[in-house]
Design a protein around this ligand. Structure first.
Ligand SMILES: [Zn+2]
Length: 103
């Protein structure tokens, strides 16, 4: 039995159900980082503002910035991965439709 391999492209796109966020932590300090953290904010600009305000208040100037976003992978149609994702989703769909119809 043969198997066909396709070199089709995968799609990776933002998850519309989840928002991206940015946050920063102050890593200023000699023996120990300051550790002050912004909360998760809705844009890089909001993080910029937080960092500037922190610098103004403390004189600290060194930060680590983290971005978090949610992504969805879509395997090429007909691929083994596509088959696997379909099987992965199926049980959830059956629960919604009613599993008890086993008559
Ligand atoms: Zn600080």
């Amino acid at each position: 039995m043969g198997r066909v391999f396709r070199f089709a492209t995968w799609t990776i796109k933002p998850d519309p159900l989840a928002r991206a966020s940015w946050e920063a932590e102050c890593v200023s300090g000699e023996s120990e980082d300051c550790g002050a953290e912004s909360k998760a904010l809705e844009s890089p600009e909001a993080v910029d503002k937080w960092m500037c305000a922190h610098t103004e208040a403390t004189g600290h100037t060194r930060f680590i910035r983290m971005a978090t976003d949610y992504l969805l992978t879509e395997p090429p149609e007909g691929s083994l991965a596509a088959d696997r994702t379909a099987r992965f989703r199926k049980p959830q769909l059956e629960v919604v439709g009613g599993v008890d119809d086993a008559g």
